[in-house]
Design a protein around this ligand. Sequence first.
Ligand SMILES: *Cc1c(COP(=O)(O)O)cnc(C)c1O
Length: 460
Amino acid sequence: MTPEQFRAHAHHLVDWMADYLGDVATLRVTPSAAPGDVRRELPADPPLAGESFERLFADFQRIIMPGMTHWNHPGWFGYFPANHSPPSILAEMITATLGAQCMSWQTSPAATELEQVVMRWLGTMLELPSAFTGVIQDTASTATLVALLSARERAGGGDGAVVYASEERHSSVDKAVKLAGFASDALRLVPTDAAFALRPDALHGMLTADTAAGRRPACIVATVGTTSSTAVDPLAEIAPLAAKHGAWLHVDAAYAGSAAILPERRWILEGVAGADSLVVNPHKWLFTNFDCSAYFVRDVPALLATFSADPAYLRTRYDADVANFRDWGIQLGRRFRALKLWWVIRSYGVDGLRALLRKHIALAAEFRAWVEADGRFEVPAPSPFGLVCFRLRAEAGRGEDADPRNRALLDAVNADGRVFLSGTVLGGRFTLRLAVGQLATERTHVELAWNLVRAAADPA
Ligand SMILES: *Cc1c(COP(=O)(O)O)cnc(C)c1O
C-alpha cells in the first residue's frame, strides 16, 4: 500500500466509522450468527498473493460485520459496559499509527510522562490519597494478579499464605490466586450480608482462626461494585483488619470505581487510604476504549521488587532517574494507552464525565422504579450505580422455582435484538441484570427494554 493509497483508504474508513457510530442503533445488538457461520466463510489457507484493500474491506463488511456484537449499541445493557467515545477512538488511531513500544522511558519519553500525569489526574478525580501512584495495566484481571504477586512477595512467599475475598468476588481473583502460586486451598471466601457485601465480622473471625492455626494472611481483596450486583465491600472496616494482620489490601473497583469521581458517590472508596492497591477500569465506565485499566499502588518499591528485571539489552543511561513501566507489571512491551485517557478527560472535562455518569445512574434508578412498581417482579439488591438486578417472583404459596421462567424471560427479551441484557445468580436464584453505561444510551432505550421485559413477562 503506497502512502497515497493509505490516505485514500483511511479517509474512506473514517467515513465508515462515523456512519457506524451514527447507525449502530439500527443494527441488532447481538448477531444471529450460529457457531461456525463466520469460520465457514473464510478460506482455510492464507493467500499467497497480496490482495487489494477493496477486497479486504468488502469481506469485512460481508463476513465479519454480521458476526459482531455491538457493545456500543444504545440498547447494550449486558454484563458491564465496555464503553468508548469519539475522542478515545481518535486516540487509538494515533496509537496504532505511531506503533510505539512504551516499555521504558527511553522507548517513548512522552508516553511514560503522559501516563504519569494522566494517572495523577485520575487519582485526583477519584480523590485518592497522594501516596498512591498510578500505572496503566491492560485489564483488571492483570492488575489483580499484579497485586497478588506483590502481596506474595511482601509475605515472603506463598507457603502457608492465605488470601481473602468475598463470596461475590470476581472470578479473576480465583484465577490470580492460582497464577500467583498460592496453594489450591489458599483462597478464603468470606460470607456476605443481605446486600451481598463482605461481612467484616466474618473476615475478622477467619483472620483470627487462620492466624491461630499458623497460616499467614497475605492479601485481602475487597470489591467495590461486585460483578453480579455492584455490592460495595466496606473498606473503612476492612482496612484496619488488613493492617492488624499485615495483609496487602487490594481493592477491585473495576466497574464502579469510576463513580468515585462523583462527590455523591465518593463514599464507596471511604477507607481506601488504608489500602495497598486499587484497580479502576476506564475501559468499563469512563468512555475509554478497551484496554485501559488504572492500577494505583502505594508501595512502589514493593511493586518494583516483584517485577523488575534488568537484562543488559534493556538497560539505558536514564534508568536511575525515570520510571520504566516495564518494571511495573507483567508485560514488557506496552501500548501507548495514556493518550486516549488524556483525550477523554480533556474532551469531556471532569464535569462532562460526571454528567454522563449521573445520567446513567438516573436512568438505572428510573428503570428500578418501574420494576418495583410492578408486583410481578422483585429487586433483590441495592442499585448504587448503573446496574439494576431484578427477577420475576416465585408464585406465592407454590414453592415454585422461578429460575426457568426468569431464564426464559431473558432469552425472550434478547431475541428481539434491539436490547441485550445478561443474567447472574444472586442468593442462589437466577436474576436478570440491566446495566446502563453506553455513551449513546438515552431514556427511550431504557424504556424500550422495560417494555420488552413487561411484554415478555406476560405473554398472554
Ligand atoms: C469486569 C470486572 C473485572 C475484570 O475486568 P477485566 O478488565 O476484563 O479483566 C474484575 N473485577 C470486577 C469487579 C469486574 O466487574
